[in-house]
Design a protein around this ligand. Structure first.
Ligand SMILES: CC(C)=CCC[C@@H](C)[C@H]1CC[C@@]2(C)C3=C(CC[C@]12C)[C@@]1(C)CC[C@H](O)C(C)(C)[C@@H]1CC3
Length: 715
């Protein structure tokens, strides 16, 4: 029973299966309301009852059943739709955009959005954090409280009463970090003079300057372009009775008495992950003076430049935007410029693709999905487990491969977008989103090569992938200087110095200003290149050199205790798996490599008494391995995959982990969601529900292979 049920908030249909999920050929997803016969996919996503655990299946049975179950919940588009949730600061974008632009939110959506927030409120204090499993913070509590009130929940509703009490105890909404203050200002619940400056003039600076925003990390610049526009015109929603009431509810003092300018640098201590540097404070102070005295025409001129960049982003993403945060800001900016134009309607419509439904209710996801990433790993795990051509799996396997082939980027961005060549690469979610990611490209390439190893036309298509991938490696002089030579970053190679982090204004996230070297991205890139090398001699010398440089980087990035810090999954377990796979594919194993040996020993030392592994989100925040009490299915699989690929000699260690995977499997072959697996920017956790199939299947498959090689059988 959900908390929302206890409070009498009924799901938008007494049967939640009244909802249907529409998915296009390119993986774009949208939930619709209306009674239709639910498919296996909707049942899988919305069912609440779980089958009981099945005891001890045989290894073959477990693999067979798991793969068959996973195949059965694939959508016919070749994707595995799933709720990519966790961050608690995204839905505000959808609700604020609707409020600002006067776009109605349908009742059934409203109900489900409310239900999700009611169900995720902190059980003790009733607030919300940066992500779903976080402690309550000022940011999370303020914006989600505002959402509930805008969606029509009364101030006297128990959920609001409890959250408000917590918010006021934290000092009220003036303690919000930068982004919270921006959303509040857009909603006319705060004053722009209390927001640290983000002038659009930054985008008008000459590109050769090392601080030019178009050299920042793609997400940060994609968000700051529309934000700077809103800042320069001090955009504000029309004040109405509800907003007036909220103004009276979220502060510890009457709105009219608050000195907003004095709150510019005030951030609630609970929220603070990345405090301002002195450099940022000084720059902010200067920009405040600038903002005060600059002529109106200059602000407008700079805004035209920022708007031009927003339009290019929309063109390059078919009106979707890189992710919902900038998508929501973009929709407001387009509305200010064009009113309810055709473009605005389409941007607002596409924003809805980021909403997803679960038994808890509906929320806005971190991106429009994880389609390409998941389908790549799914294809790979079917091959590793040698079930890709089994009757229950073959069709799903082929559909996933076709989806990947359809999703390869085949156009360039419009000129003047400050984007690199992308033809041949793959994105994380969908082709429409259209942003190259290094590891997504490499893993997708690996998957299609596993499926169609002898396809000459495919190899030809992959030449472009190789060109993009090679262009992404960090190999210029500054990378030598900063010792990330040979590494790969996420979307682009590093274009501006990491010293830019001194100007990180976000307060709640680390490492967002520029690209960084990432061990996982480097590992996956190696894997992609190694697979390609097996099938083609295209740019052989370059590929060879890229692989060896990347390996050197990973060796250097290893910590003295043998671990690698993971940035996109929790945490050392995730990264350890990727690193060990990269070494294994290049001929290094426990027997012949000291690096591998230390990597394995680190993992083995963390095995829990029940044979599994469990790592806490605190590892990411504190950069030290923090174990959970309970072991976790996905992390256990990661550790096992690493050890198996490294040919860790002691099979009993591995066998204990394998038993745990089998014990947790339900009688229908599935596994339950156990906890959050992913992370970003060191502080925000995000769920990857498909990992609970992909990685256990891969681990079991590798284990079976190992037993067969040794001529042994599972007892
Ligand atoms: C702080 C900001 C800007 C918030 C918006 C959220 C996005 C930045 C997040 C949500 C999902 C996210 C973590 C993601 C990634 C980057 C940052 C994203 C897009 C990437 C693509 C980086 C490379 C990684 O190896 C991997 C492919 C796993 C992830 C996938 C999700």
């Amino acid at each position: 029973m959900y908390y929302s049920d206890q409070l009498g908030i009924e799901p938008s249909a007494t049967e939640e299966l009244h909802w249907t999920l529409e998915v296009s050929d390119l993986g774009n997803q949208k939930w619709h309301y209306g009674a239709q016969k639910p498919s296996a996919v909707e049942k899988h996503l919305l069912q609440t009852g779980r089958p009981v655990a099945s005891g001890n299946p045989s290894l073959d049975d477990a693999i067979e059943k798991a793969a068959a179950y996973f195949a059965s919940v694939q959508h016919e588009s070749g994707t595995w739709p799933n709720m990519y949730k966790g961050p608690m600061f995204v839905t505000i974008g959808y609700v604020a955009s609707a409020k600002f632009t006067g776009t109605p939110i349908p009742d059934h959506v409203t109900t489900e959005l409310v239900r999700y927030l009611v169900n995720t409120a902190h059980p003790v204090d009733g607030g919300w954090g940066l992500h779903e499993t976080d402690k309550s913070t000022c940011f999370g509590t303020t914006i989600n409280y505002v959402i509930l009130r805008l969606l029509g929940l009364g101030a006297d509703h128990p959920t609001c009463v409890k959250a408000r009490k917590t918010l006021l105890a934290m000092g009220g909404a003036t303690g919000n970090p930068h982004w919270g203050k921006i959303w509040l200002s857009v909603l006319n619940l705060y004053k722009w003079e209390g927001v640290n400056p983000a002038p659009s003039e930054l985008f008008a600076l000459p590109y050769w300057l090392p601080v030019h925003p178009m050299k920042w990390w793609v997400h940060t610049r994609a968000i700051y372009a529309p934000v700077s526009y809103l800042y320069n015109c001090k955009a504000q929603c029309k004040l109405d009775p509800v907003l007036k009431q909220i103004r009276d509810e979220i502060y510890t003092r009457p709105f009219a008495e608050i000195n907003f300018a004095a709150c510019r640098n005030k951030v609630c201590g609970i929220d603070l992950y990345y405090p301002h540097t002195k450099v940022l404070d000084a720059v902010n102070w200067m920009m405040v003076q600038y903002d005060r005295y600059r002529p109106r025409w200059l602000a407008k001129w700079a805004n035209d430049i920022a708007y031009g960049l927003v339009l290019k982003e929309l063109e390059n993403t078919d009106d979707l935007s890189i992710a919902p945060v900038n998508g929501a800001f973009n929709s407001i900016v387009v509305y200010i410029e064009e009113g309810r134009s055709k473009r605005f309607e389409r941007v607002a419509e596409r924003l809805k693709e980021e909403l997803f439904l679960s038994p808890l209710g509906m929320t806005m996801m971190g991106t429009n999905g994880s389609q390409v990433w998941d389908s790549s790993f799914a294809v790979q795990c079917f091959h590793v487990a040698q079930v890709h051509n089994h009757e229950a799996v073959a069709a799903a396997h082929d559909r996933a491969v076709d989806f990947l082939l359809r999703s390869q980027l085949d156009t360039e961005c419009v000129p003047g977008s400050y984007r690199d060549k992308r033809r041949g690469a793959w994105p994380f979610s969908t082709k429409d989103q259209g942003y190259t990611v290094s590891d997504c490209s490499a893993e997708a390439m690996k998957a299609v090569l596993m499926a169609r190893p002898a396809d000459a036309e495919l190899i030809q298509r992959l030449h472009n992938t190789i060109d993009v991938l090679l262009s992404l490696q960090n190999v210029d002089w500054s990378s030598r200087l900063m010792s990330y030579y040979g590494s790969f970053s996420t979307y682009e190679k590093i274009k501006a110095t990491p010293l830019m982090e001194l100007l990180n204004p976000a307060e709640v996230f680390g490492n967002i200003m520029v690209e960084y070297p990432y061990v996982e991205c480097t590992d996956s890139s190696i894997l992609g290149l190694v697979y390609f090398r097996k099938h083609s001699s295209y740019r052989a010398a370059d590929v060879e050199r890229a692989i060896s440089r990347a390996l050197c980087y990973i060796e250097e990035a290893q910590n003295p205790d043998g671990s690698w810090y993971g940035c996109w999954g929790i945490c050392y377990t995730y990264s350890g798996m990727f690193a060990l796979e990269a070494f294994s594919e290049t001929g290094h194993s426990y027997a012949n490599s000291d690096t591998v040996r230390r990597g394995c020993d680190f993992l083995v030392r963390r095995q829990l008494p029940d044979g599994g592994w469990g790592e806490s989100m605190k590892s990411c925040e504190t950069h030290t391995y923090v174990s959970t009490k309970e072991s976790n299915l996905v992390q256990t699989s990661w550790a096992l995959i690493g050890l198996l690929l490294a040919e860790y000699p002691d099979l009993t260690v591995i066998e204990r982990g394998i038993r745990l995977l089998l014990q947790r499997q339900a009688s229908d072959g599935s596994w339950a969601i156990e906890g959050v697996e992913g992370v970003f920017n060191h502080s925000c956790a995000i769920e990857y529900p498909n990992y609970r199939f992909i990685f256990p299947i891969k681990a079991l498959g590798l284990y079976r292979r190992r037993l067969r090689q040794g001529g042994r059988v599972w007892r």
